[in-house]
Design a protein around this ligand. Structure first.
Ligand code: HEM
Length: 376
C-alpha cells in the first residue's frame, strides 16, 4: 500500500489529497493528571507512527490475546493512512493546567441560525481524523488506536465518511450530486497555505471587526480544524428542479462549471456575464466567496467527506456531509463565512446537527518527538 509520510513540521491529513475513506472520532480524555495526558499523547503517537508506516504486527504469544485485531492480516499495510490529531477547547479547562495555552480562538462550537445541534454529537477534548484508501485500513486503525488508549480516553461521537472517485473527472461529488471542493486554494503553494491554513504563534492583528489576539508559542504549524456534521434532506432535495438546484450553488451539476462558464475550473463572473448567465446574489459560492476586496481573508481549505448512516427511525435516508475545513484563524475564516451563509436557499435542504471546533496539533517531527510535545 501507498505511504503518506508521518513525520514533518505539520501533520498529514490536512494538505493530503482526499483519500477515499474516513472516520472522525471525537473523544473525551479520562486521564487523571498531566503525566497521564502525556502518556496518552505518547501512546497515540507510537500507534499512529506504526499504522501509517506499516509493518508486521507483533504477536503477544499463544496464551495472550493477539496484540493486533488481525483485520489486515499479519502485514499491516499503510494503505494511504493518515491520522490527524486535534485538540478541543475542553482539554484546556481546569483538569490539566493548560488554560493559558489554549489557542486564542478555540471554544465550544457556536450554534448558528439554521443549526439543530445535538450537543452529545458536538465538541470533545480530542478529535482523531483517520483517512485511508480502503475502509478496512480505517477500521483497523480505529480499533488499534482505541485499544491502545483505553483507560485514558473514551469515544464521545463518531462519524464515518467516504469520498467518490472522480465522476467522470475532477473533484469528488457530494450526495446532492455536485462536485464539492472545486474552488479550494492550491495546497501545493506554500505561500497560500501559509496565509490560509497554518496558524502562527504571536500577535494576530485586529481585522474585519475581530479583536487582536495572541496565539501561544506552541501553535505554529497547527491549524483550526472545523468539523460540521450536516444531514442532507435528500428525499426533499430530489424533488427540486435541476435549474433551481444549480442556482442554489451557482454551478452546474454535470460539469461543476460556474453558471457563467464552461469548464469546472473556469473563474465565476459575479457581474452579469456577457452571455446573460448570472450567478444569483444568494448562490452558495457567491455568499461563501464574494470575490471583493479583502475577501481573500475568508478563504479556507475544505476537505469534506460524504456520510451514509442508513435510515432514521422514520425510514428516511440518513445521509449528508462531514464538512471539514482547515483555517489559520477560526473567526476570520470559517465563522465569518458560516455567518454569511445563514439563511441561504440551501438551508431548507440541510440540517447541521453536530461537529466541533478543534486545533490540529503541529506535526510530529522525528522518531523521538510526539503529539503535543510543545503544548505540554
Ligand atoms: C463551495 C456544497 C456547506 C463553504 C461549494 C460548492 C458546493 C458546495 C457544491 C461549489 C464547488 C466548490 O467550490 O467546492 C456545500 C454543501 C454544504 C456546504 C452541500 C452543506 C451540506 C458549506 C459550509 C461552508 C462552505 C458549512 C463554510 C462555512 C464553501 C466555500 C466554497 C464552497 C468557501 C467555495 C466558494 C468559492 O470560492 O467559490 N460548497 N457546501 N460550504 N462552500 Fe460549500
Amino acid at each position: 500500500g501507498r505511504t503518506v509520510v508521518f513525520h514533518g513540521p505539520q501533520q498529514a491529513g490536512i494538505l493530503t489529497p482526499l483519500q477515499r475513506h474516513a472516520a472522525f472520532l471525537a473523544l473525551d480524555v479520562t486521564a487523571g493528571s498531566r503525566a497521564e495526558l502525556e502518556e496518552l499523547f505518547r501512546a497515540l503517537t507510537d500507534r499512529a507512527r506504526f499504522l501509517t508506516t506499516g509493518g508486521t504486527q507483533v504477536s503477544g504469544g499463544p496464551g495472550a490475546p493477539p496484540s493486533d485485531s488481525g483485520v489486515l492480516g499479519v502485514d499491516v499495510v499503510p494503505g494511504g493512512l493518515t491520522i490527524t490529531t486535534s485538540v478541543g477547547a475542553s482539554l484546556f479547562d481546569h483538569r490539566f493546567g493548560l488554560a493559558d495555552r489554549k489557542p486564542a480562538r478555540l471554544r465550544a462550537m457556536d450554534t448558528f441560525a439554521d443549526d439543530a445541534l445535538d450537543r452529545a454529537r458536538c465538541d470533545g477534548d480530542l478529535l482523531l481524523q483517520v483517512c485511508a484508501d480502503d475502509v478496512d485500513v480505517v477500521v483497523h486503525a480505529v480499533r488499534d488506536l482505541t485499544r491502545a488508549t483505553r483507560g485514558a480516553m473514551q469515544v464521545r461521537w463518531r462519524q464515518d465518511g467516504f469520498a467518490s472517485p472522480p465522476r467522470p473527472s475532477g473533484t469528488p461529488r457530494n450526495l446532492m450530486g455536485f462536485k464539492d471542493g472545486t474552488a479550494n486554494p492550491a495546497t501545493g503553494d506554500p505561500r497560500t497555505m501559509g496565509d490560509v491554513v497554518w496558524t502562527k504563534a504571536g500577535t494576530v492583528a485586529a481585522v474585519d471587526g475581530l479583536p487582536a489576539v495572541v496565539e501561544p508559542a506552541w501553535t505554529t504549524g497547527g491549524t483550526y480544524h472545523v468539523v460540521r456534521l450536516i444531514r442532507m434532506l435528500v428525499e426533499f432535495w430530489d424533488r427540486v428542479s435541476l435549474h433551481e438546484q444549480e442556482n442554489m450553488f451557482g454551478r452546474r451539476r454535470d460539469t461543476g462549471a460556474p453558471l457563467t462558464g464552461t469548464h469546472e475550473f473556469d473563474d465565476p463572473h459575479l457581474e452579469r456575464d456577457p452571455t446573460g448567465d448570472v450567478i444569483q446574489m444568494d448562490a452558495h459560492i457567491r455568499l461563501a466567496n464574494p470575490r471583493s476586496p479583502g475577501s481573500e481573508r475568508l478563504r479556507m481549505l475544505r476537505r469534506p467527506y460524504n456520510y451514509d448512516a442508513g435510515t432514521d427511525a422514520n425510514g428516511n435516508l440518513d445521509m449528508g456531509l462531514v464538512f471539514v475545513a482547515f483555517n489559520q484563524d477560526l473567526d476570520r475564516q470559517f465563522v465569518a463565512v458560516q455567518k454569511r451563509l445563514e439563511g441561504e436557499p440551501l438551508v431548507d435542504y440541510i440540517s447541521p446537527f453536530g461537529g466541533g471546533y478543534y486545533f490540529a496539533l503541529p506535526g510530529v517531527r522525528a522518531a523521538d518527538d510526539w503529539y503535543a510535545s510543545r503544548l505540554l
